[in-house]
Ligand binder design. Structure first.
Ligand code: DX5
Ligand code: ZN
Length: 220
């Protein structure tokens, strides 16, 4: 069993000191940089776009994990590949032809992930699981950092883990929203492979210590 991966969400970073915060992640025990792209249509908030992704990519030394909360993400797949994104995640609820989108992400040379809103059943991914590198289980409604974790997520992760095992799929399970040292162990026990953490990391006095604490949780 691999060690859990921590992906700090730069949405909670200080954008006036973005390089500093990206470098903090570089020097930490984090595995990836998590980038939240919001369009104000799919979710009721606008975060940042290509110029900021480019600036992050310039200073980041770890793989870029981009989470697109936008409608019609197909239009930007090549752009994100050109910016050096490692893993591109689109929302199930935002794609008309999800399988085609996933194929296009892989054809552009990136790993492909699909995100599910809290109300979306994991069984809807049954016939596409084999084609995915990652499933992102949203544990808050997407759009904002700093929200409370939704407890039903644990069961959802357990159900998904079983589906992946049954299909002999090596896709990773990523959890995003309201994640921190308080629920990290329980999430890992349920089957999470990647923990996204925004507020719990960047609002902490010692962000690197929080990342290290979560990264060192033993996988049973
Ligand atoms: C929410 C984003 C998250 C967010 C997490 O829509 O997808 O990545 O930044 O922030 P916290 O950890 O503060 O819930
Ligand atoms: Zn996210």
């Amino acid at each position: 069993m691999n060690q859990v991966k921590i992906a700090p969400s730069l949405l909670a970073a200080d954008f006036g000191n973005l390089q500093r915060d990206v470098e903090m992640v570089n020097e930490s025990d984090a595995a990836w940089h998590h980038l939240d792209i919001m369009d104000g249509v799919f979710v009721p908030n606008i975060s940042y776009g290509m110029p900021v992704v480019k600036a992050i990519a310039k200073h980041a030394s770890k793989p870029l994990d981009a989470h697109l909360m936008i409608i019609d993400p197909d239009r930007y797949i090549q752009t994100f590949a050109d910016l050096g994104v490692y893993l591109l995640t689109v929302h199930y609820e935002a794609c008309q032809h999800l399988h085609r989108t996933v194929q296009a992400i892989r054809a552009a040379g990136m790993k492909a992930g699909v995100a599910l809103n809290p109300h979306t059943d994991v069984s809807l991914l049954k016939f596409i699981l084999k084609d995915l590198d990652l499933v992102l289980v949203m544990s808050v409604n997407p759009g904002f950092g700093g929200q409370s974790f939704i407890p039903a997520t644990y069961d959802k992760i357990r159900t998904l883990k079983k589906m992946l095992k049954d299909q002999e799929s090596s896709a990773l399970i990523e959890v995003d929203g309201g994640v921190g040292p308080d629920n990290a162990s329980k999430l890992i026990d349920a089957g999470a492979d990647v923990l996204v953490a925004g507020s719990s990391v960047f609002k902490a006095k010692d962000p690197k210590a929080i990342i290290a604490e979560m990264a060192s949780v033993k996988v049973s």
